[in-house]
Design a protein around this ligand. Structure first.
Ligand code: NI
Ligand code: MN
Length: 226
């Protein structure tokens, strides 16, 4: 399995010939190395309805006939755009042909801003647990720190955790370091920073704050192989 980071909250997983893309914010993301025309996801998984996470989902899904996995409200909305969807919700897990996905809670908003100056509320935001090839990957989505991260880590020992560190909209570096203490993953990769001025952070300072787990700063295009 190859797991690569592509700026902001974009994570790509390649497993058994399938490409899974999490939160594909490509157009407008100055930190990504991806191009909408080149990436061909079989599956897209969304943490919440904010535009910097839904990103290019509709275009990518239509072009590649991708299955979009998201919470019920967001999945329903996307199905109206004639996208193939699988709705889920917090606490629920489902076994797909590439592995198992479980939605966890996240403390954040989930409103999609449309071209028509409307904000459509897309249910609760989520974090993701992915069980693929015997490894457990946690993508926290956008969230503040919460103590039930302890429960998530206890119930599902985590190999690799992607945690937001940008502050302002999500956990900042100090809270994300505490999240790592709660979750006890083997490895942590910081995400959701430096994309916009209010979320400017030094990811190396965050990694230095970690104790009891390894931290890895990934640049766009960097890959972890299991
Ligand atoms: Ni958000
Ligand atoms: Mn965000």
């Amino acid at each position: 399995m190859k797991i690569s980071y592509h700026g902001h909250s974009v994570v790509k997983i390649e497993t058994n010939g399938k490409t899974i893309l999490i939160d594909p914010f490509i157009n407008g993301n100055e930190l990504t190395d991806l191009n909408v025309d080149d990436v061909k996801p079989d599956v897209i998984i969304l943490t919440h309805g904010h535009n910097d996470h839904v990103g290019d989902t509709v275009e990518l899904a239509k072009k590649n006939d991708s299955l979009v996995i998201a919470n019920h409200e967001l999945a329903t909305y996307l199905s109206w755009q004639l996208v193939k969807t699988h709705p889920m919700h917090i606490g629920g897990a489902y076994e797909f042909d590439f592995g198992k996905v479980k939605l966890t809670q996240a403390f954040h908003g989930s409103g999609l801003i449309t071209d028509g100056n409307e904000i459509i509320y897309m249910g609760m935001p989520a974090g993701l647990l992915l069980f693929i090839e015997g490894k457990t990957i946690y993508h926290a989505g956008d969230t503040g720190l919460f103590s039930d991260m302890k429960l998530i880590g206890e119930r599902h020992p985590i190999d690799l955790a992607f945690l937001p560190i940008g502050d302002n909209f999500t956990m900042g570096p100090e809270d994300a370091a505490e999240a790592a203490r709660f979750l006890k993953p083997k490895k942590v990769v910081p995400i959701h920073y430096n994309t916009f001025p209010p979320i400017k952070q030094d990811p190396h300072k965050f990694v230095d704050m970690l104790d009891g787990c390894e931290g890895q700063v990934m640049s766009a295009g960097d890959m972890i192989e299991y």
